[in-house]
Design a protein. Structure first.
Length: 659
């Protein structure tokens, strides 16, 4: 049955800060919908969406998991995402393929660091969102305070559509504010909140002849489906309280998936996993068109064609044959060789942009026993890099060292477990070190005339300028094709990002504009790879003229401690080169928000927990790179020959080319 034949679909992401009850909510949704017959448990390791052994052992979600079910005639693809900040890359990839979202907040902890980060990404992408306040039965649950926080930190347009009955352990559920017998004050507040945000509704409300409740609800449904207003509901997922109301609210307020199965194929690969018997599994969200078993599909990103051998629905560790993937749906495709995360299938026109959330801030060296084949280790980590490209596995053959990038210590623990479980490898990791970056200190030019030893000829001149913070690399060319043929210009443009991977101090160079202002080739002497050799020499010559400023990663932090510890925390922040806002007192506890360099605060959460005897919370998220103070020195050993030493570099490259 195609989208046009009447089937309605929704693709809903479940997002939350760690321990807000996300996987438990997903499990009860699957149970209430009839998709599973028995409830699983995160704590006992039996949750359907925690299919990896390490997830069952640790009781945390490591990988985004897909589950499909039906509710009142609508087919729903539900993606349960990890809540821990170390697995933010999984969240980032899932966001791209969702039409709508449920953001879960704990009724006790309220809005936490990752809640804000996810909310920011949801808003950037314009994804309609429903808010669920979970754990309403816990001691300390404060729905009014959570609502106030949510309106303060997330959006003033969050509107409760339910009214909680009972408090903490006496919580009995929530009543629907659209019902005739609902709490009058709460219902009035709902209508006024809607009227305040719409002039026409305000006129009706003030006229004394207001709309009927179903008409008001329709107004909210339309605005929520457009991502203008955000309904809020309540639950105790662990007891199944509020789950059917949540499912109804998803249908009431969130939009259906669009797409036309009759159009040309347009989709995105958002996840890669491996099946022991079937090989590479490409999780695909299709926006337009249809793909069937045995179809040949164009990988727009790589330019390669691939034949789909099987299309399956995957849920936890279970799979079932689907045969067809149509617009608006998600499934796993087998048989596409070399496919990678982020690849566009078909044409890119219908694929939405990506929200960048995850930035690995730490690098670690990988160690293995002397009797272990290094090729096995390298291959295993390269396969894991296919599943999470941000690992960026780098093998340095000259030093015989293997390095990866990670988000944090929990990710390292999980990686170690996966390497042992899946590959039988005993791996250890070195101490994490901070990933710094560089940026040009001033405007300058880089030039190279690569004309010796012949045969070769490549002349390049670049203008290098500092860019705004967070701008990355902007590249431009002012050279005419008559001076430098398009194929040589394309090769130069392709090599510039590679050349900037190591600056004067060995770190990636970012936040700059590079403009090709001069370029020449020779009719007889230019070799096709001459511009691949010349580009790094010209770029490094330019950086030698501009100089570079060292950049360090900065964290936005929120620290909550007993009031008596507040003075020490503020002193610690000063010692760590941090800045902070005036502290806020909340019932005997002090809330301090500020910014900290990652390098000075790597071990601080452990220290803080120790001296507050576990009565503190420390939450953080990446806030960007900023210039280091002049007294901070951080250099990384360069990999390979430095292009500034042009004679040695050319000799090195020539040897590589001849080999």
């Amino acid at each position: 049955m195609t989208q046009q034949q009447g089937i309605e679909r929704m693709n809903v992401g479940i997002f939350a800060h760690v321990d807000a009850g996300k996987t438990t909510t997903t499990e009860h949704i699957l149970y209430e919908s009839g998709r599973i017959r028995a409830l699983g448990s995160v704590d006992s390791g039996t949750a359907l969406t925690d299919s990896m052994e390490v997830e069952r052992q640790r009781g945390i979600s490591v990988r985004a998991a897909l589950a499909s079910f039906g509710w009142k005639g609508v087919q729903i693809n539900l993606v349960d995402t990890p809540g821990h900040v170390d697995f933010l890359s999984e969240v980032q990839r899932s966001l791209r393929v969702m039409d709508c979202a449920v953001l879960i907040l704990s009724a006790v902890e309220g809005v936490q660091a990752q809640s804000e980060m996810i909310w920011s990404a949801l808003r950037k992408l314009g994804i309609p969102t429903l808010i669920l306040v979970n754990k309403m039965d816990r001691i300390g649950a404060a729905p009014a305070a959570v609502l106030a926080d949510a309106r303060n930190y997330l959006s003033a347009d969050i509107i409760p559509v339910q009214h909680p009955v009972g408090e903490e352990q006496a919580y009995r559920g929530a009543e629907d504010l659209w019902s005739d017998g609902a709490d009058v004050a709460a219902q009035t507040e709902l209508l006024e909140a809607l009227a305040e945000r719409d002039e026409a509704l305000l006129e009706f409300y003030m006229s004394g002849n207001p709309l009927q409740l179903p008409d008001w609800k329709r107004q909210l449904q339309q605005k929520a489906a457009r991502g203008e207003l955000f309904p809020l509901v309540y639950s105790v997922a662990a007891k199944g309280l509020g789950i059917t109301a949540l499912l109804d609210a998803m249908l009431d307020y969130l939009p259906r998936a669009g797409g036309d199965a009759a159009q040309p194929v347009s989709g995105i690969v958002y996840n890669i996993q491996r099946d022991p018997s079937m090989g590479r599994m490409a999780f695909v969200r299709l926006y337009e068109g249809a793909i069937r078993n045995r179809d040949t599909v164009l990988n727009h990103t790589s330019g390669a064609q691939g034949k789909v051998t099987q299309i399956r629905k995957v849920e936890g560790g279970r799979t079932e044959d689907a045969g067809t993937l149509e617009a608006g749906d998600i499934a796993v495709l087998y048989g596409l060789p070399g496919v990678r995360i982020g690849d566009v299938l078909g044409h890119p026109g219908a694929v939405p942009q990506e929200a960048k959330l995850a930035v690995p801030l730490l690098t670690v060296r990988v160690f293995w026993p002397a009797d272990t084949d290094s090729h096995r280790v390298i291959t295993a980590l390269q396969e894991l890099s296919d599943e999470d490209p941000l690992l960026d596995t780098q093998w340095l053959p000259e030093e015989r060292e293997l390095h990866i990038k990670v988000m944090g210590p929990i990710q390292l623990e999980i990686l170690g477990s996966v390497l042992e479980e899946r590959y039988g490898l005993q791996i250890t990791f070195g101490a994490p070190s901070v990933i710094y970056k560089e940026t040009p200190s001033r405007v300058g030019e880089g030039f190279v005339a690569y004309t010796m030893p012949k045969p070769c000829w490549a002349i390049l001149r670049f203008l290098i300028e500092p860019g705004p913070p967070g701008s990355g690399l902007v590249y431009d060319s002012q050279v005419r094709s008559s001076d430098l043929l398009p194929q040589y210009q394309n090769e130069t443009a392709r090599r510039v990002p590679e050349a900037l991977q190591q600056g004067l101090r060995g770190w990636e160079v970012t936040d700059l504009k590079v403009t090709l202002t001069e370029g020449q080739h020779h009719v007889w002497h230019t070799h096709p790879l001459d511009f691949a050799v010349a580009t790094p020499m010209a770029i490094m010559d330019g950086l030698a003229h501009t100089g570079t400023t060292l950049l360090e990663p900065i964290l936005q932090v929120r620290i909550v401690v007993p009031e008596e510890n507040g003075g020490r925390v503020m002193n610690d922040l000063v010692q760590m080169r941090g800045t902070f806002d005036p502290p806020v007192l909340q019932g005997g506890r002090m809330v301090i928000e500020g910014r900290l360099p990652l390098a000075t605060s790597l071990d601080y959460p452990t220290s803080l927990s120790s001296y507050t005897k576990g009565r503190s919370t420390f939450t953080s998220f990446f806030a960007g790179y900023e210039p280091c103070p002049p007294d901070v020195i951080a250099e990384r050993t360069r990999r390979g020959v430095n292009p500034l030493d042009q004679a040695k570099y050319i000799l090195s490259v020539r040897n590589a080319l001849q080999a």
